[in-house]
Write a protein that binds this ligand. Sequence first.
Ligand code: GUN
Length: 291
Amino acid sequence: MVLLDGKKTSNDIKDEIKVAVTAMKERGEKVPHLAAVLVGSDGASLTYVGSKVRACEYVGFDSTLVELPDTTAEEELLNTIKGLNENEDIDGFIVQLPLPKHIDEQKVLMAVNPNKDVDGFHPENFGKMALDMESFIPATPFGILQLLERYQVETKGKHTVVIGRSHIVGRPMSILMSQKGPAGNSTVTLTHSHTKNLSEITKQADIIIVALGVPEFLKADMVKEGVVIIDVGISRVPDASKKRGYAIKGDVAFAEVSEKASFITPVPGGVGPMTIAMLLKNTLLARERNA
Ligand code: GUN
C-alpha cells in the first residue's frame, strides 16, 4: 500500500510556486494577491481560511482577509465582492463556504468576476471546465488530479466511482476523471444518496473518490483488493482524549480499507493540504493571465 501523501506533495507544489514568485519579484513584477472573504465565525471555516492566509505568506503572495459578521446582509456581501472585482491589486479571491442561511449562495458566487474566481465556482468557469477550455478548476478536484498524476496512478481505462455529487467536489470530479489527458480517460460512475446497491458498485471500482462528509462511511467489505482510495471527508468527531475535544475523521474507515488498497490518502494530510496548494496555483495562474 502506498500512502498518497498530500502534505508532502502540497509542500512540493508550494515550493514550486515560491520559486515562481521569487522570479516574478526579481523581474520587478507585482506578486500575486489573494483575498478571502469570511462571513461569520464557523470554527472549521476559520481554520481553513487561516491556513490559506498562512500559505500565501509562505509562498510570497500578498493576502487580504475580509472578515464580516454573521449578521451581514446579502447586499453588503455583494458590495464587498463588487469592491474586490474592481480592485486591480487583487488577482483572485474566494468567498469561504458555507455562508449564513439568510444569504443566497448562488447569487454570491455569480457575483464574482470569473477572471478572479480562483475557486472555480462561477458557472462560466464550471462550464469551461466541462468543455475542456482554459478555466479555473476547483481547488479540491485540481488537488486530487495532481496527487494521482504525481504518484503516477493509472487512471486510463479504469473504473472510477465517485460518491457524492456536491458542486465543489463530486460533480466536477466526475467530469474531470472522464476527460482526455493526465489523470483522466477513466470510466466514471457518479453515485449519491439515491443510488441503489452502492456496495455492488464500489466493489467494481478501481478508484473510489469519497466526498460525503459521513465519518468512516466506506468500509473494507465495500471495496476490492488493490483499489485506489481518495478520501475527501474532513469531519470533526467528539473525542474526549484529544486536547481540543474532537478528532478529525475522513469518510473512509482507514485502518481496515488501507489493508486492501494499493494507494490511499490519509485524513488529515491527504486531500486537505492539496486543496490549499491548488488555490495558490490558481491565484498564480490568475496573476499570469492578468499580466
Ligand atoms: N468550503 C469548503 N471547501 C471550500 C472551498 O474549496 N472553497 C471555499 N470558498 N469554501 C469552501
